[in-house]
Design a protein around this ligand. Structure first.
Ligand code: AMP
Ligand code: MG
Length: 406
């Protein structure tokens, strides 16, 4: 049996980021940028007004004999247009926010600091002296042509999409999403729509894992349930060979019908198949042909927890992310953990910030078949291996499942 750390290391050593493709900008959310983005233009592309007001020469705004100067208004320029003449000494042009500053003008005064005869006024009085550059947003103030604005490896979020849009990237080079095959195993497992005959249970893992795969940023390819026969498993695996990763649930422990390992040995290789943890000791990792396979345990909680700890980082690495693991923080375990852990125990818990620290409450019965213990959980409290006890009020580490990876 190997440790969680060794398992993770051995798994990630076998995983590479996938190839780069071009996707439409609006489909790039959550993907990883595959090249540095260098601006081909200044942003803003032209000097423009930050206010609605008047463009003029700053020296014309100086008071004359203690009186506000009055200048002639020669026209206007709206956002989206350019002035058809220049501003000359003793004149001004009406200007709207975002409109290009007309040639000749070196300043803009906001409308609130002026007086005129109304919207079409042929004159304006300047009530305050303004300096050159006032209310003018210079070309290139935000981004200079030639500047590297985004680095390869960045995750694309809404703000990155805004910057890419402003620079004209209608398609974006990204690492493509992995396609992940999901195979449930077990003669007892039937699909959700079916009625439960004696001895049968519904395929919760297939749907849980499909959702978790999607949430991690991959395309899920749910292949249904393989019977506990070599033939049935072979058939499902041959279907899964076109995917980038295969995730199975069940069939990897030491029972008579735990055949996933056998097929791995037959059609590929087994790297390891047991981890010193609970829930989820029987986790197998290896390859079928050249496709990596993570064999997760059948118990739904074990499948869910081992997905978070091992499969999610794999998918993120394939997606080109460099931050692969959820953060771990110190928490006060208010209710303690009732049993000693010989294997490392990941205890489902709700962590909240209260009175200056993070406090964890475990979510009740920690049996690996108790699915409802996942419902309120946002963290896994770690009870170290070797028989450590966690009493009420003790501090422990917790993996934060709803915090972004670090
Ligand atoms: P196994 O690892 O195949 O021995 O399965 C361990 C436990 O998980 C058994 O109680 C199975 O019935 C249950 N189980 C296996 N696959 C699923 C599944 N897809 N959905 C829900 N429970 C499952
Ligand atoms: Mg089984």
């Amino acid at each position: 049996m190997i440790s969680v750390e060794e398992a993770l290391e051995r798994i990630l050593a076998e995983i590479r980021p996938l190839n780069v493709i071009q996707v439409p900008l609006s489909e790039s959310l959550g993907l990883v940028l595959a090249q540095d983005i260098v601006a081909q233009e200044d942003m803003p592309p032209f000097a423009n007004s930050a206010m609605d007001g008047f463009a003029l020469l700053s020296r014309d705004s100086q008071p004359r004999a203690g009186q506000p100067p009055r200048v002639r208004v020669t026209g206007g320029v709206a956002a989206g247009y350019v002035a058809d003449h220049a501003v000359e000494e003793g004149t001004a042009m009406r200007i709207m926010t975002g409109a290009p500053v007309p040639p000749g003008a070196d300043t803009v005064i906001q409308v609130e600091l002026t007086r005129s005869a109304g919207p079409g006024s042929e004159w304006v009085e300047i009530l305050e002296a303004v300096k050159p550059g006032n209310n003018i947003r210079p070309a290139g103030e935000d981004i200079r042509r030639g500047q590297t604005v985004l680095l390869r490896g960045s995750e694309i979020g809404p703000w990155e999409i805004g910057v890419l849009a402003t620079l004209g990237w209608s398609t974006v080079p990204v690492v493509r999403r992995p396609h992940v095959a999901i195979i449930s195993t077990g003669d007892e497992v039937v699909d959700v729509g079916e009625s439960l005959q004696p001895g049968k249970i519904r395929n919760s893992n297939g749907y849980l894992l499909e959702a978790a795969v999607r949430q991690a940023g991959a395309e899920a390819h749910r292949l249904g349930v393989a019977q506990d026969t070599v033939e049935s498993l072979r058939e499902k695996f041959s279907e899964a060979m076109q995917d980038d990763l295969i995730i199975t649930s069940g069939g990897v422990s030491v029972g008579d019908f735990d055949l996933v390992k056998d097929i791995m040995a037959e059609q590929g290789e087994i790297n390891f198949w047991r981890i010193n943890m609970r829930p989820g000791k029987p986790v197998a990792f290896g390859h079928i042909g050249s496709v990596p396979l993570l064999g997760l345990p059948g118990n739904p909680v074990s499948a869910a927890v081992t997905f978070e700890l091992f499969a999610r980082p794999v998918i993120r690495k394939m997606l080109g992310h460099t931050r692969l693991l959820r953060p771990q923080i110190d928490v006060v375990v208010e209710d303690g953990v009732s049993d000693r852990a010989m294997r490392r125990h990941y205890v489902r818990a709700r962590v909240e910030w209260r009175d200056g620290h993070f406090v964890a409450h475990t979510t009740g019965n920690q049996g690996s078949h108790i699915m409802t213990s996942l419902l309120n959980a946002n963290a896994l409290v770690i009870v170290p291996e070797g028989g450590v006890e966690v009493h009420p009020g003790d501090t422990a580490k917790a993996v934060m499942l709803d915090w972004p990876e670090v």
